[in-house]
Design a protein around this ligand. Structure first.
Ligand SMILES: [Zn+2]
Length: 560
């Protein structure tokens, strides 16, 4: 090494990873220090401090070096040794569904009918008379009296609002007198086919409607107004921020809802980065393909560059399309939800317009069909960097595992589905096929990355549930001991990448988010314990203390 190069090397080995040239830029807006920061940056995986300016990370490194960037107006966040990770990315959510479910009165865990009535009455007090009130989650099996409730107590407590309360399983509703009046339900009303009205004296409806009878009232519930949609969107975002999410990939969104997102984002009230997958609808697809890929609209809030298609159903209801029949239903191989060729046709159009195609495929037959149609489309329109995805990729025939890497297809998987499904998945699949289920290790070893997620609100919002499932393949109670097919586990480093940089990559956002390194957006989360080092069974005890989006706090845990 020449002297000059040695001198240069010394200059280039400062305490700070990266200091921009101009003097003005050396002053940070925010310094996070005295922390254990997992950067997900290969060059500096763990640092003590970072400096943020104009919403982006400008330097990471030891506190002593980073503090040289402190100016008179710099805010210093001393974390006293707490853990920081990049803002978490959930690669498969249904944002509006979460917002709608938050709007409902939550009746899960109620221990008596009186408690149900009290919760609905409390909501009615803050809701204009005449407005419909919806709730969900009651289960009379949890009450002292386990018979179906009748409407009278509810109707007395809430006389001026029509009320519809859905049972925990979604197969029955309890409605009040105002709702029955709106739907003209009387003792004369006949049971619809496939449904039943519970009845009391003289055949009068008691307020409980089973299965198809639920529609008699549900069809009178007015669709949400635009203001209600906007409120639901913001509630969902706040809820996701609370759990440390700063980016989500939103699976299958129609044009009307995307318009609402854009309006909220234009108003500066969309505090998450949403990578939108347009719903499989020709009018919507044509509209967005014509508009072209939209990257980081409204100050990095909306990306519209993908299309979502559903190729089959789900494993629990035996709708997932399998090559061989279900082990517990020998006449059934599941359901194909799109005609043959549909994925290929949409993929060809998408490739020509710079769009990604993300297809829901759960069963091994659906996965194979989608891989085949992706392959045909890529032969017709060869594009190197397409990043096509299969959403869920739950059951994969061993012959198809290497095809993901060969074709450049990303499996977008929800680790929490594995821990939710493991109790009955063997019954559905049998002892051989189950080895190709939720096969994270096999896929990683074949040379692909995995985008992790939750499918919220199908699963709960907390992304650490999937983090824990990824590394342990155990439920929250630690079952089964040693993990369910533990050879398919991820390491903690892989699990963290699957919900940060790999998820970012699967949405073409890896240059902006997914790690804390100079130049990237300062999206990060402060945790009260170190998820990379605590025993796996303690991971779910972790609390998010604060969530930052572009260097600004969008959630802070209230001090008790
Ligand atoms: Zn989904």
């Amino acid at each position: 090494m020449t002297n000059r190069r040695l001198a240069l090397a010394l200059v280039l080995t400062p305490l700070v990873a990266f200091v921009p040239r101009t003097a003005a830029a050396q002053v940070a807006d925010l310094i996070v220090t005295n922390a254990r920061i997992y950067t997900v940056d290969e060059n500096r995986p763990v640092v003590e401090a970072m400096a943020i300016r104009d919403g982006r990370v400008v330097a990471t490194g030891p506190a002593r070096g980073i503090m040289t960037m402190r100016g008179p107006a710099t805010q210093v966040l001393d974390l006293h040794g707490r853990t920081v990770i990049p803002g978490m990315i959930d690669a498969h959510v249904h944002l509006l569904n979460l917002g709608n479910s938050l709007r409902n009165v939550d009746l899960v865990g109620t221990t008596s009918y009186d408690e149900v009535v009290a919760r609905v009455a409390a909501r009615a007090r803050e809701t204009p008379a005449g407005t419909w009130i919806q709730g969900r989650g009651w289960d009379q099996n949890d009450w002292g009296d386990t018979r179906f409730p009748t409407h009278e107590a509810l109707s007395r407590a809430v006389p001026d609002h029509p009320v519809v309360l859905t049972r925990i399983d979604g197969h029955a509703t309890l409605v009040n007198a105002a709702a029955m009046k709106a739907a003209s339900l009387t003792s004369e009303t006949r049971d619809p086919s496939g449904g039943r009205l519970e009845r009391g004296a003289g055949g009068a409806p008691t307020g409980v409607l089973v299965d198809a009878a639920m529609g008699l009232v549900n069809r009178h519930v007015p669709p949400a107004s635009k203001e209600q949609l906007k409120t639901a969107v913001q509630a969902a975002i706040a809820e996701m921020n609370r759990w440390g999410l700063t980016s989500v990939h939103d699976a299958g969104v129609g044009r009307a809802v995307i318009d609402v997102y854009e309006e909220v984002a234009r108003e500066g009230r969309f505090d998450i980065r949403d990578y939108v997958m347009v719903a499989n609808n020709d009018a919507a697809i044509d509209h967005y393909l014509q508009r072209g890929p939209q990257l980081g609209l409204y100050n990095g809030r909306l990306w519209i560059k993908a299309i979502k298609i559903s190729a089959d159903g789900a494993l629990g209801s035996r709708g997932a399309a399998l090559i061989e029949p279900y082990s517990d239903d020998p006449a059934n191989t599941g359901l194909a939800l799109v005609p043959a060729g549909r994925v290929r046709d949409v993929a060809v159009k998408a490739l020509r317009s710079g769009f990604q195609v993300n297809v829901h495929a759960i069963g091994d037959r659906a996965n194979r069909t989608v891989l085949n149609e992706f392959e045909q489309a890529l032969t017709d329109v060869p594009v190197q960097d397409h990043r096509f995805r299969i959403e869920h990729a739950q059951i994969i025939h061993p012959d198809d595992v290497p095809r993901f890497a060969e074709l450049g297809v990303i499996p977008s998987m929800q680790a929490s589905h594995q821990t939710s499904d493991m109790y009955w998945a063997v019954n559905r699949l049998g002892p051989t096929r189950v080895l190709g289920a939720y096969a994270w290790r096999s896929l990683l070893n074949s040379g692909v990355v995995i985008a992790n997620g939750s499918d919220l609100p199908v699963e709960r919002t907390n992304p650490l549930i999937s983090f824990m499932a990824s590394v342990s393949r155990q439920d929250a109670r630690g079952w089964p001991v040693g993990g369910w097919f533990p050879e398919q586990r991820m390491t903690r480093e892989e699990a963290l990448k699957s919900m940060t940089i790999w998820a970012a990559y699967s949405g073409f956002m890896e240059k902006e988010v997914g790690s804390l390194e100079p130049g990237k957006l300062a999206d990060f989360v402060v945790l009260d314990q170190d998820i990379m080092r605590v025993p796996p069974e303690l991971i779910l005890n972790t609390s998010v203390l604060s969530t930052y989006l572009g260097g600004k706090a969008v959630f802070q845990k209230p001090v008790p």
